[in-house]
Design a protein around this ligand. Structure first.
Ligand code: FAD
Ligand code: FES
Length: 533
């Protein structure tokens, strides 16, 4: 369904009002809707990098697949990525050593290196024109961090078998404050939507079936329902970024964060094609300290785009630091200008969502308690390689091949240690339930200007209200249908976001990010008067 006039988000295209450069610079990748019952060997739910890579790998292994996607291909977080392809894991190797030991940290490094190589090989084999480049990556100190962090990380990357080097200056960076860095050789970058187009072409050529605008519901070990039809399958893969088949288990093992991106024009040749990351804000209130991530992308004959990201916060909790969504872009522009002064006008801005796992390792494998339902989630900021690993590992699991990384990423693993303070993170979730008893952020609907939304409270009743550009009011319950979190208005992406596990909804109440799988209940509201229904 296309967005109505009152809906700022066209959720078939992408999961926010702001469009990423990747989405804006390519045609939508659209297939037919499912219009019949169907039997298959493997059902894949989700048309992002994880679902499509899995489809590709299974077809290569001779299996029959169908893939269903709620919107169009890439309409989830994949279309909102920045597409660094890296083995410089954002949770740090010294953390992985601490949690899992040196041998497993080495396995993790090896898996991401292999994923980058797998992408490079596939691009070559399928002749995909997606601006793929091998580039170096530089991890440099943030202003709030100490050189020991880099020294520790350098030693841990060496232990993990990576060919990293400490440098005394950061290539391409102007700021004096961040002199030291670790160089990671042989990283990669590409245009993600062009890459997805290449994968879908190959999937169709190999006999795979893809259906878009086809939402899977009632996922069981027998299959799922979609658009009113029955899909029967021997294996079901839930590649929906955050699992939509499970209400609780996995959602206590990962936390949703919102992250911001700007893309500014920069004259070609001013900077070398590279990836840059800082070590993150050490005094952040969030367990997953936000960090900045920067790269270039080809734009036109005269300019590249400098794509810079960061300023993360837990979903629905931007106000927790008193920094509104719109102000995060301003901070990001200031940070980027200081370090890359040649940057010009900002041409694009967007934000997206990442799932941070409790122990820094993604979850890829059988869904706990199921024999034939599989998940790929907990990507952190490394979802390009995690999504790719998802396809490789799940194909081995389904075809009965032993995979070297299967145990490392198993969703059923029990880890004694966690990243940061688990109790603090769990406590943060519980604290969000206090929103049931506080006033909404808007007193009454009259206070909303066209294009604005907010939460209006009437006793224990909470409404998510939006005034569209034509001045009409729209109201839904503000209670998340997943587990009852109170939604928050996201002024930048024009959505209602749940601070508990990251579900998001359009202004008309349509679900755009799980784990919620149903839309918000609509509430009849008198125009310019709040009416109790
Ligand atoms: C701003 C930003 C920057 C990032 N930068 C990087 C980076 O530089 N490098 C990196 O490695 N990673 C990065 N990441 C992370 C990475 O982009 C994601 O982890 C990855 O794209 C997730 O892919 P996915 O296929 O698992 O999920 P998605 O791309 O979200 O795909 C899931 C799909 O499932 C569909 N879906 C959901 N429910 C249903 C249903 N019931 N039925 C049918 N379909 C359904 C959705 O519509 C969606 O298209 C970044 C993320 C963001 C937001
Ligand atoms: S996402 Fe779990 S309660 Fe909203």
């Amino acid at each position: 369904m296309h967005a109505s006039d009152s809906e700022p988000i066209d959720s078939n295209i992408t999961s926010g009002e702001n469009k990423s450069f990747w989405i804006a610079s390519t045609d939508p990748i659209v297939f037919e809707k499912l219009q019949q019952d169907i039997d298959t060997d493997v059902l894949i739910v989700g048309g992002g990098i994880a679902g499509l890579t899995t489809a590709y790998c299974l077809l290569k292994a001779g299996r029959k697949i169908i893939l269903v996607e709620d919107g169009y291909i890439g309409s989830g977080e994949t279309g909102r990525t920045t597409a660094h392809l890296t083995n410089a894991l954002d949770d740090r190797y010294f953390e992985l050593e601490n949690i899992f030991g040196q041998e497993k940290a080495r396995l993790a490094a090896n898996s991401h290196t292999a994923a980058i190589q797998w992408i490079a090989n596939t691009i070559q084999h399928e002749n995909i024109d997606c601006n793929f480049k091998r580039v170096p990556g530089y991890l440099f100190l943030s202003g709030s961090d100490k050189k020991e962090t880099l020294e520790k990380e350098h030693a841990a990357t060496k232990n993990a078998g990576l060919l990293t080097k400490m440098l005394e200056q950061v290539p391409g960076l102007a700021s004096e404050e961040n002199k030291w860095c670790i160089e990671f050789p042989d990283q990669g970058q590409f245009h993600i939507m062009k890459y997805l187009k290449g994968l879908t072409d190959a999937i169709i050529r190999m006999g795979g079936e893809i259906y878009t605008e086809t939402k899977a519901a009632d996922i069981t070990k027998e299959g799922a329902k979609a658009n009113g039809y029955e899909i029967k399958a021997n294996h079901i893969i839930v590649a929906t970024n955050t699992p939509v088949n499970d209400r609780v288990t996995m959602h206590t093992k990962q936390w949703p964060y919102r992250t911001y991106v700007i893309a500014a024009k920069i004259p070609k040749g001013k900077l070398p094609y590279s990836l840059w990351w800082d070590t993150g804000t050490q005094d952040s209130k969030w367990i997953c300290a936000p960090y900045h991530y920067v790269r270039l992308e080809e734009y036109d004959n005269n300019f590249d785009l400098l794509i810079s990201g960061g300023e993360d916060h837990k979903v629905g909790q931007a106000d927790g630091e008193n920094i509104r969504e719109e102000d995060r872009y301003i901070k990001l522009i200031e940070w980027t200008k200081k370090r890359f002064p040649a940057m010009g006008d900002v041409a694009y801005k967007w934000s997206g969502q990442v799932m941070e796992p409790i122990d820094s390792m993604a979850f890829i494998g059988k869904n706990p308690g199921n024999e034939n339902i599989y998940i790929i989630t907990g990507d952190s900021g490394n979802g390009m390689t995690h999504g790719t690993l998802g396809g490789i590992i799940l194909t081995d699991l389904i075809t009965g091949n032993k995979n070297p990384w299967e145990d490392l990423y198993s969703p059923s693993r029990i880890t004694i240690k966690t990243t940061g303070d688990y109790l603090h993170e769990a406590g943060n979730m519980v604290a969000q339930l206090a929103d049931w008893f506080t006033a909404g952020d808007v007193k009454e609907a009259q206070d909303l200007k066209p294009g604005q939304g907010g939460i209006i409270s009437s006793g224990l009743k909470k409404m998510a209200v939006y005034r569209d550009e034509q001045n009409n009011l729209h109201a839904c319950t503000a209670v998340c249908p997943h587990l009852g979190g109170i939604l928050q208005w996201n002024a930048e992406e024009k959505s209602f976001d749940c601070p508990l596990h990251g579900s998001r909804f359009t202004t008309a109440g349509k679900v755009i990010n799980g784990p919620a799988s149903t839309d918000l209940k609509r509430i009849e509201i008198k125009q310019d008067a709040v009416m109790s229904n």
